[in-house]
Design a protein around this ligand. Structure first.
Ligand SMILES: [Zn+2]
Length: 329
């Protein structure tokens, strides 16, 4: 692993010290993303943990806030969302995360799903744009989400959707399609071209670097992260090694590294620390070396991308430092 890097997509929702010791051992920093997930703690609780870590590890920990939908359906929804964002910003959050629940969980008149480009959200995005806040977006899901389990391309998706049938869109006829989600996100970006938007998880277009490249070209203020989707890149590297490598070289200033490790107390603290360590090293081998590798995600082998050192440094460190303002690290 390189001598200093930022894991810019994590969810640090427990007080455990093991992972933080690992962070120090590897000379790393963390961007923790508060998220309105039903099985996570309340947003203010997630925030409290980060504020503690920030005091203890100065300069190394940054975070994003988000908002919940408790006032959904009432006329106060937008004001309440902006109020929650302001509270997060006052506590030092860098910007706002919007999760995939939009378009998955919320109904309008019991039949139409409200998508991310719906006018109701416009004042929130206007606020974000006017105040030059960064917007982190997880819209849609991996394309696998709309496929039956046996057709999914990587095992982690298969495991996740087996465990969370509520999010497995293949099972739900009336929910929006994958394309609906991608279109809605693009239309939102068309409406708010001045927002710096980080399309998390490769914009949920993990199955095709051409689709990711298309978004980066079409929306000059966007970036992307690889969090939780490196296996999809590895799968493509099996058949299109040069294409994947060229993609990282071409967009070297707009891709950010992150693992998407969720530390929510379900997995023991030592295991979480070990997971970070394993992923950092495994991902480094993929991006920075020419080793022949394999993964439990799919069958077969693939070769590391052997990216130039300068590109590896940007992806693992500089891009996150500059985008998220890790100025003292
Ligand atoms: Zn995440």
């Amino acid at each position: 692993m390189i001598s200093k890097f930022i894991d810019a997509h994590v969810h640090l929702n427990t007080h455990s010290s093991e992972k933080m010791e690992k962070m120090m051992e590897y000379n790393a920093g963390f961007l923790s993303i508060n998220t309105n997930i039903p099985f996570f703690d309340e947003i203010v609780e997630q925030e409290k943990i980060i504020l503690e870590y920030q005091k203890k590890y100065p300069g190394r920990i940054k975070y994003f806030t988000t908002f919940n939908f408790k006032k959904w359906g009432s006329s106060h929804f937008v004001d309440d969302a902006i109020c929650q964002i302001k509270r997060g910003l006052e506590n030092g959050a860098l910007g706002v995360k919007i999760w995939k629940d939009v378009g998955f969980d919320y109904h309008q008149k019991d039949k139409d799903f409200v998508m991310i480009d719906a006018p109701i959200f416009d004042p929130i995005f206007e606020y974000i744009q006017e105040n030059n806040l960064i917007l982190l977006g997880h819209q849609g899901e991996p394309r696998n989400c709309w496929l039956p389990l046996e057709k999914m391309t990587v095992n982690s998706d298969r495991d996740y959707f087996k465990e969370h049938p509520e999010y497995h869109m293949f099972l739900k006829e009336k929910h929006p399609s994958y394309e609906d989600h991608m279109r809605a996100r693009d239309q939102m970006l068309d409406k708010f071209p001045d927002i710096t938007y980080v399309g998390l998880h490769l914009f949920s277009m993990e199955w095709s670097i051409d689709e990711v490249a298309y978004r980066l070209d079409r929306y000059p203020k966007t970036l992307t992260d690889v969090a939780g989707r490196v296996s999809h890149l590895q799968l493509q590297a099996k058949v299109n090694w040069k294409g994947i490598r060229d993609f990282f070289i071409k967009y070297q200033d707009r891709i950010i590294y992150g693992t998407d490790v969720i530390d929510d107390g379900i997995i023991p603290a030592e295991e979480i620390a070990a997971r970070f360590e394993h992923l950092w090293n495994f991902h480094y081998d993929f991006f920075a070396t020419r080793k022949t590798l394999s993964t439990p995600e799919f069958q077969g082998e693939f070769v590391g991308l052997n990216l130039p050192k300068s590109v590896v440094k940007k992806i693992f460190y500089t891009n996150a430092k500059e985008t998220y303002g890790f100025y003292n690290f």
